[in-house]
Design a binder for this molecule. Sequence first.
Ligand SMILES: Nc1nc2c(ncn2[C@@H]2O[C@H](COP(=O)(O)OP(=O)(O)OP(=O)(O)O)[C@@H](O)[C@H]2O)c(=O)[nH]1
Ligand SMILES: [Mg+2]
Length: 286
Amino acid sequence: MDLITKQSIGLAKDGNRRELARLLSSIESGAKLEIESSTPWVLGVTGPPGVGKSTLIGAMIEEWIDRGERVAVLAVDPSSPRSGGALLADRMRMSSADSSGSVFVRSLATRNHPGGLVPFLDPMINLLGSCGWSRIIIETVGGGQSEIRIVAFADRVMLVDGPDRGDIIQAEKAGILELADLVVINKSDLPNALNASNSIKNSFNYSDKDDEKLVLMTSALNNDGISELINHIEELEVDNKRNSLRFKERLLSAWDYLLLSNPSLSEILLDLESGKINLDEALKRL
Ligand SMILES: Nc1nc2c(ncn2[C@@H]2O[C@H](COP(=O)(O)OP(=O)(O)OP(=O)(O)O)[C@@H](O)[C@H]2O)c(=O)[nH]1
Ligand SMILES: [Mg+2]
């Protein structure tokens, strides 16, 4: 590693945000930095579009800052430009605390990385951790396999839903619910929220009695339930059963990445297509 990189890691650790942003970009473009591995605190936040994830994260950040934490957010594929950095920046401007040094937001687009974000997430999280960001949030818009794989990089997973019960059924199907430590029904200020929360609690009672999952209600808009939510999150212990599920997802992602980045992949695909080789032979060649 060259001197410049070492220097800029030093600067990032001293709180230089521009250097931190630059280092994250170079990780994204494939640079391998030597960062001592820290044990960062990471929360994955996922859920259907528009349920208020970013607004809720904004409210949580204010609470964390009040408690002396520094919070970094990696927003994966923010669906609107306002949902990532801009929204949080607005919210921070509105809050009275001078929080500029305590929040860092970075957007990541999976479309720039056909093989997935896997090779970058770990080093990015590590870099943020070793630069003193004490609470690291990964926000994804939930729905499918790729979200599961991304939130699996967090040791704690929170599923956010709205008052419409239909959404959570999607999450059940996708298997995100299995990875989640807690479910938050946001928009508790809207009429159906309590029903949604009760029906989710009931479905948990039926499906898995050993796996007690927390269901909380918040209104990110009115700052309702935020401090309780943070209390619960801070008390979460890393769950072994879910942890091994998460490691399995991480391993699968790494495996996929290895396969997709194999230089002879396109050649092997051609040979498969033309019937020259079968799947077993293809696997051997890979
Ligand atoms: N009534 C009500 N509206 C809310 C609440 N939280 C967020 N909203 C509104 O819901 C809309 C979507 O909020 P976002 O925070 O962007 O939702 P998101 O889940 O991050 O959206 P995506 O990232 O696009 O999936 C905005 O208009 C928010 O103002 C809430 O607690 N109550
Ligand atoms: Mg959002």
